[in-house]
Design a protein around this ligand. Structure first.
Ligand code: BV8
Length: 241
């Protein structure tokens, strides 16, 4: 490998695997979410139009569940990196749980955590487009706190819908010296394509995952094991140089 450019800008992609050890179901594993429900029944706009109660109950169940879980050492390590890395850093998560933030990593435009598939703890009013914080249920069709319409849906990106903040993600991939993927199977696009984008733009690529993923061949290095062990060890390497 050619002389390594100094490492300044990092993009990290996380998936369900980083929250697995916090007790949040992954999607494709045995007994995972997609074994209990068909994607097309619960995570598409068509499903919501066809049977809104089934979809709202599915997300009410998951929204309640994540509020009983806690960040694990992998989330804590990324929050430590967020506090101590003075180069560029963007944590792009496919997860709709709030464990990155609860571990202390900062959200929002000035923050370095970005939820490309939305958040359980937001609702989205399809009448006035506001996104109120929401920890309760939606099955009972509560009125929107802003416009009063009973038009709230989960603020998540369903299949066939465009992910959030794609411009910010592509800008960060364009600047990245290092792209790291943690706890994702590489099955869902456009997230699964980021490693090739980053690679084609000159970034080094590292995968931290329990098992090889659909995109493993695109990574310069793959480390297999539980995120709660791999991520703190990698962050130590980075910060202690
Ligand atoms: C779009 C929110 C247009 C809701 C989600 C190209 C080719 C083929 C298909 C497509 C394509 N482009 C688009 C598509 C269609 C589709 C898609 O990708 N389909 C797939 C199924 C083939 N994509 C879309 O529809 C997307 N929209 O393309 O719009 C567009 C695009 C770009 C620009 C303009 C327009 C929207 C997709 C988003 C859907 N919403 N979530 C909800 O959560 O309910 S996706 C959801 O599933 C998650 O957010 C995540 O993205 C995905 C699950 O994947 P993972 O997180 O990786 O979880 P998984 O269980 O699969 O794997 C867990 C991994 O962790 C495993 O590898 C395991 O080994 C590892 N692991 C387990 N435990 C641990 C661990 N690792 C470490 N430690 C552990 N302890």
């Amino acid at each position: 490998m050619a002389a390594m450019a100094p490492l300044r800008n990092i993009v990290i992609l996380t998936g369900a695997g980083i929250s697995a050890e916090s007790g949040i179901d992954t999607f494709r594993s045995a007994g995972g979410l997609w074994e209990q429900h068909r994607v097309e029944d619960v995570a598409t706009p068509e499903a919501f139009a066809r049977d809104p109660d089934l979809v709202l109950r599915f997300y009410d169940m998951r929204r309640a569940a994540i509020q009983t879980k806690a960040p694990n050492p992998a989330h804590d390590a990324l929050a430590r990196l967020d506090r101590n890395w003075d180069g560029g850093l963007l944590i792009v998560t496919q997860n709709v749980d709030d464990l990155h933030e609860r571990a202390g990593a900062l959200l929002g435009i000035s923050g370095r955590v970005l939820h490309m598939h939305g958040e359980h703890l937001n609702a989205w009013c399809t009448a006035c487009d506001s996104r109120p914080r929401w920890s309760g249920t939606l099955i009972d069709r509560p009125p929107c706190p802003t416009c009063g319409e009973a038009a709230l849906r989960p603020d998540v990106v369903w299949f066939g819908e465009v992910p959030y903040e794609m411009d910010r993600i592509h800008a960060a991939l364009g600047e990245a010296d290092l792209f790291v993927s943690i706890g994702t199977s590489g099955a869902v696009y456009p997230a699964a394509g980021f490693v090739r984008n980053a690679r084609s733009l000159g970034a080094r690529t590292l995968e931290l995952n329990l098992e090889a993923s659909q995109g493993s061949r695109w990574f310069d290095e793959t480390r297999l094991g539980p995120a709660s062990e791999l991520v703190p060890a990698w962050v130590d390497e980075l910060l202690d140089g």
